[in-house]
Design a protein around this ligand. Structure first.
Ligand code: MN
Length: 710
């Protein structure tokens, strides 16, 4: 086990003013807390936190980060409490440790590759302080270095997770060396054969064309010194995993891959960097499309460098990066540079990006250029995470939602079917209302019930476009289903009236006659009042329609008060019924029109009293049939209209026709033409219909008379 003095000495080399006492106390505390625990390898558990601290000291990180590394597993694995940690080491460190613990507690292993991007964002979103993430990465790096002690299945899942989540995250934090090491360690577990074969090929190459790297370095060095440019040059074989990825991407064999070597020219200043570039391009031919100047246009995380690829003497492609020493430091350490110390002072590197502005600048353009393993940022668009929440499914998948999202949004994000049939939700195991706003890291369980449909009120609760449009679509479908249902009733009534049945076959024939697609369209049009019942009858049985019309209108013959030669003229606008008060209005010749005393048209004749004729109904009119229109306002529930039809027929009345007069979201108004004997009969019907709990209002319609034929 590395002793405390080694660690302290290490920190002192870059930070002579470090809080030695704090680090020593943390070391002792952790050692005592973990005293009883051992690692899979059999070593004392505490060897692990120390190694993590050493890794982070290698990044020259501040005291808080080093202490957090030493104590990162105490909250999770020992009886240490947040309170105790903050009393002993301060609230800031306690919070950092708490942050690492939260990341550790995320069940990452079930993550699938497609989920990885969400997981990386979740980790970023949950790391209020990026030092939490730095410690987590150090933790993962050490665990990967010692992975051989784990069970084989566990090795694979950890390696997968490292490849999908932690290595890209390290890259995104700008820590290239860590990304490469994590990838290599994971690659070794996931595909040892591929890795070995690439390593073997490098060895073969070295045997064939001996000392290729040193000879290129020598060439470049000679070139630069002859141009009086001071610089250091390094060269290396690219990592097996990055070679492997290129082979996979380009579907090329190893021997056909061009740039398997990478060279770096480090200059003292920017001026020399450009002069070096000029010299290199003068000497060798640059490969078109492979030149990038990140010095004049730095990446959002502060990365600056010139990249170019030239073709060497034997046609081999060689990639060269040119940058200053300071730029190189940022390129290696990335965001960590912000907390780095040198000689006891915060490192002042003009290229270091403040982590906060780094985070907020992650809304980066997608770079559709060729993949470059030195690229800091992957080819993924990152968003600012503060306006998003990440929640888990019971299976451990992560669902990314905008902030303010509800369990309904979550349900629709999983699947439209789950959203549509959602009836309740549990968040972290507790039942919550569907309008609850979700928070980061919560696990959400959706309860569904078959047959459940989206509620209209959900529209105002959800915030994702996906949920909104799915709910709207469902409501529209419900609407249509309602129209079709209603249309079927209307068709039945209209056809029954002429003694026919509304079979699908009859409706299909009607569809053809009316130029509609299918019988459903007929029902839909009937239900939405675009088609009248009589039009349907007319399309199918035109002759029957004529007959039924004359039947209905042989009414109102029996009145008292007419002169001998006077006769009742036509049907009245107000459908006066036997039993109610009526008046006659003399028209041309000897004709008399009969009106109810309540008819609005009587106002027109107020000044022409000579035309008014007192009329009453004769007794004994029960055999007469009179058509009236009633308007029923009813709730928009299925089955209501059917009940009303039954109520009317129970009152011994016949329905002649129906059509919509108004339709709203929650109710509709239907004009129903019925046959009644007299006003008493009508009143009975109105009373019976109005008694239904889903009926809001029933009125006799006098002004808008329904004419049977247009
Ligand atoms: Mn750990």
């Amino acid at each position: 086990m590395i002793d405390i003095q080694t660690l302290v000495d290490h920190v002192l080399t870059y930070n002579p003013k470090c809080n030695e006492d704090l680090i020593r106390r943390a070391y002792e505390y952790g050692k005592v807390k973990h005293a009883q625990q051992r690692r899979q390898s059999g070593e004392l558990y505490f060897t692990h936190p120390i190694e993590v601290a050493i890794i982070l000291a290698g990044q020259k990180l501040d005291d808080d980060t080093i202490v957090t590394a030493l104590l990162h597993d105490t909250l999770e694995d020992t009886d240490a409490s947040f309170k105790e940690l903050s009393e002993l080491f301060g609230v800031e460190i306690a919070q950092l440790i708490d942050g690492v613990t939260k990341l550790t507690n995320l069940e990452l292993s079930s993550v699938q590759a497609k989920q990885a991007e969400n997981f990386r964002k979740l980790l970023l979103a949950m790391s209020q302080d990026l030092r939490v993430l730095l410690v987590k990465l150090g933790d993962r790096l050490h665990n990967m270095r010692t992975i051989k002690h784990m069970r084989p299945e566990k090795q694979i899942s950890k390696a997968r997770e490292t490849m999908d989540i932690f290595a890209p995250l390290a890259g995104r934090m700008g820590m290239q060396w860590m990304r490469e090491e994590l990838e290599d360690l994971a690659f070794r577990v996931l595909n040892p054969e591929a890795r070995n074969s690439i390593i073997r090929r490098f060895i073969n190459l070295r045997d064939q064309s001996e000392d290729l790297i040193p000879s290129i370095i020598k060439d470049v060095r000679t070139l630069l010194s002859s141009n009086n440019i001071e610089a250091s040059i390094t060269g290396r074989e690219k990592k097996p995993y990055s070679i492997w990825r290129k082979m996979e991407e380009k579907q090329q064999s190893f021997s056909r891959l061009s740039d398997i070597y990478g060279f770096r020219i480090i200059t003292e200043n920017e001026d020399n960097a450009y002069r070096a570039l000029g010299a290199v391009h003068q000497r060798w031919t640059g490969v078109p499309g492979r030149f990038k100047d990140y010095i004049s246009a730095p990446k959002s995380n502060g990365y600056r460098s010139i990249h170019t690829t030239v073709s060497g003497r034997d046609g081999k492609l060689v990639e060269i990066q040119i940058r200053t020493r300071e730029m190189n430091e940022v390129a290696e350490v990335g965001v960590a540079a912000h907390w780095s110390y040198r000689d006891g002072r915060r490192a002042k590197n003009q290229f270091t990006v403040d982590p906060l502005s780094w985070l907020s600048s992650l809304a980066v353009r997608i770079e559709n250029e060729e993949d470059d393993h030195e690229d800091f940022l992957e080819h993924v668009k990152l968003e600012m995470f503060s306006d998003q929440v990440f929640c888990f499914t019971p299976k451990g998948d992560v669902i990314q939602l905008p902030r303010g999202a509800t369990p309904i949004d979550f349900a629709f994000a999983i699947h439209t079917r789950i959203g549509s049939t959602c009836v309740g939700s549990k968040v972290d195991g507790r039942r919550v209302p569907l309008w609850t706003r979700l928070r980061n890291g919560q696990s959400v369980e959706i309860q569904t019930a078959t047959g459940q449909r989206p509620q209209a009120t959900w529209i105002d609760i959800v915030i994702t476009g996906r949920a909104k449009s799915a709910i709207r679509r469902a409501l529209r479908e419900d609407h249509q289903a309602g129209y079709i249902k209603l249309g079927r009733e209307l068709a039945r009534v209209a056809l029954e009236h002429v003694g026919k049945k509304a079979t699908d076959k009859a409706l299909m024939t009607a569809a053809k006659k009316l130029g509609l697609k299918d019988y459903k369209q007929v029902l839909l049009k009937l239900g939405s009042a675009e088609l009248m019942g009589v039009e349907l009858v007319e399309a199918l049985y035109p002759s029957l329609l004529q007959k039924s019309e004359t039947n209905i209108n042989n009414s109102a013959a029996k009145v008292i008060g007419l002169e001998a030669d006077q006769y009742i003229e036509g049907a009245s606008c107000c459908q006066p019924l036997p039993g109610e008060r009526i008046v006659g209005i003399a028209t041309r010749g000897k004709g008399v029109s009969v009106h109810s005393i309540h008819c609005d048209t009587l106002i027109e004749y107020e000044d022409q009293t000579d035309r008014w004729i007192d009329l009453t109904w004769t007794k004994g009119h029960s055999e007469t049939v009179n058509k009236v229109t009633i308007e029923v306002t009813m709730a928009n529930f299925s089955g209501v209209l059917g009940r009303i039809c039954i109520l009317i027929s129970e009152q011994d009345s016949n329905i002649v026709d129906m059509h919509f007069s108004d339709r709203k979201q929650d109710f509709y108004r239907i004009a129903i033409d019925i046959q009644v004997r007299d006003v008493e009969h009508l009143e009975n019907i109105i009373t019976a219909v109005e008694a239904d709990s889903d009926v809001a209002q029933v009125l006799q319609s006098r002004r808008h008379q329904v004419t049977l034929k247009k």
